[in-house]
Design a protein around this ligand. Structure first.
Ligand code: PEP
Ligand code: MN
Length: 291
């Protein structure tokens, strides 16, 4: 009889039936919670980052995104502030009691990024960079693994398997849209595959409706749809001045749109009986009634 075992093991539900909960300094991702990670596509300046951090922290967000190393399609586009960006991320995040998720682009930078970040992001272009995945398996920080833009679900899970088998069980998968024939959106957010992946693995799975659509007006509806599809969270790009952004301005939402997004998904989380993680201590101190 043909061997029906899946090619991946450690990430599969057969291997472990209970959900993995990735604990990011107290924010529990997975296991019936819903986590909103937010921030700019790229760190641009202390002023920009502080304005955004202060805004999201007051709303209870506990995990801030922001790229310091940017993998841009064109070598002439803004490549990120690099280590200076990491320093800013740490400084600003500490002030507003936020955790930091930021991209690591190569195996040589794991140590440096790990010194500043709480979660290390593997971008879509690096999902099958196996030396990077193996290196990330040897550290003890959580990894956010984006799906390759042309990768199958099986390839994505096998990429996660590399990290687990190398020793790091703390992996969050992120559906960020795939390449399709459709040119109307930047990518096609593959929520069907997200729902399927939730059935195949015990790892938390979140979505990125910002890279997934490229259009800011679609970020809130796709976030709601992600809750309904079973996602454990979303990662969204928000900017104080999207038209001035050095990367991904068209898909970065305005502050008032971010408020609408939060209000909208709160209702969906209630329907899905998910507890939304909005317990940044900075926000509770700023608005004690919310606690
Ligand atoms: C990003 O998060 O800004 C990014 C570059 O993501 P991706 O790797 O999914 O394109
Ligand atoms: Mn981006």
């Amino acid at each position: 009889m043909a061997d029906k075992r899946k090619p991946y093991q450690l990430v599969s539900k057969e291997w472990q039936s209970e959900d993995t909960i990735v604990d990011i300094n107290g924010t529990r991702v997975g296991g019936g919670t819903f986590t909103v990670m937010a921030g700019p596509c790229a760190v641009e300046s202390k002023e920009q980052l502080s304005t955004i951090a202060s805004y999201i922290a007051k709303r209870g967000i506990t995990i801030m995104r922001g790229g310091a190393f940017k993998p841009r399609t064109s070598p002439y586009s803004f490549q990120g502030l690099k280590e200076e960006g990491l320093v800013l991320l740490r400084e600003v995040a500490d002030k507003y009691r936020l955790n930091v998720v930021t991209e690591v682009m190569d195996v040589e930078s794991i140590q440096m990024v790990g010194e500043y970040a709480d979660v290390l992001q593997v971008g879509t272009r690096n999902m099958q960079n196996y030396s990077l995945l193996k290196g990330l398996g040897k550290i003890d920080k959580p990894i956010l693994l984006k799906r390759g833009m042309s990768s199958t679900v099986e390839e994505w899970l096998l990429a996660a398997e590399y990290i687990l088998v190398s020793g790091n069980p703390n992996v969050i998968l992120c559906e960020r849209g795939i390449r399709t024939f459709n040119q109307a959106t930047r990518n096609t957010l593959d929520l069907g595959s997200l729902a399927l992946t939730k059935q195949l693995t015990h790892l938390p799975v979140i979505s990125d409706p910002s890279q997934g659509s490229g259009i800011r007006e679609l970020v809130t509806p796709l976030s709601k749809a992600s809750v309904a599809a079973g996602a454990d969270g979303v990662i969204v790009e928000v900017h104080n001045q999207p038209e001035e952004a050095l990367s991904d301005g068209d898909q970065s939402i305005y502050f008032d749109q971010f408020d609408n997004l939060l209000e909208g998904i709160k209702n969906y989380c209630q329907l899905e009986q998910k507890t939304i993680n909005l317990d940044n201590p900075f926000s509770l101190e700023a608005n004690p009634v919310r606690g």
